[in-house]
Design a protein around this ligand. Structure first.
Ligand code: FES
Length: 103
C-alpha cells in the first residue's frame, strides 16, 4: 500500500508512485482518483509522461489511449489492458492498494 495526499494531485495530471515494487500511475479526474500500471501494455513507456484527457490517458510513445477506470486499451496499437489498483480515499489521504487484476 502507498498513501499520498489528495491535495498533491492536480486535476488532469498523473504522478508515478511505487506500490510494493510495482510502478503505478495515479491520476486525478475531478474529485476521483484512479491507479493503473505505469508501464504501457504495448511496449515500454511510462504513462505518467502521457496526457490525461477526461477518463483516459494517452501513451506518449505510440499514442494508445487507456481507460483510467478499467485499464482497458481503447485505441491501437495497444490491445492488452493495464493492471488496475484499488484506490481508497479518506479525507485528504488516498491509499493505493492491491492490484485488482493480474495480467
Ligand atoms: S508504448 Fe505505449 S502505445 Fe506503444
Amino acid at each position: 500500500m502507498t498513501t499520498i495526499n489528495f491535495d498533491s494531485l492536480v486535476v488532469g495530471k498523473s504522478i508515478a508512485v511505487d506500490v510494493e515494487g510495482k510502478p503505478v500511475c495515479v491520476a486525478r479526474v475531478g474529485d476521483e482518483v484512479f491507479a493503473v500500471s505505469n508501464i504501457c501494455s504495448h511496449a515500454y513507456a511510462e504513462l505518467t509522461d502521457g496526457e490525461v484527457k477526461g477518463f483516459t490517458i494517452e501513451c506518449w510513445l505510440h499514442g494508445a489511449d487507456f481507460d483510467l477506470r478499467t485499464g482497458k486499451a481503447l485505441t491501437l496499437p495497444a490491445t492488452e489492458p493495464l493492471e488496475t489498483f484499488s484506490v481508497v480515499r479518506q479525507g485528504n489521504f488516498v491509499t493505493i492498494g492491491q492490484a485488482k487484476k493480474e495480467m
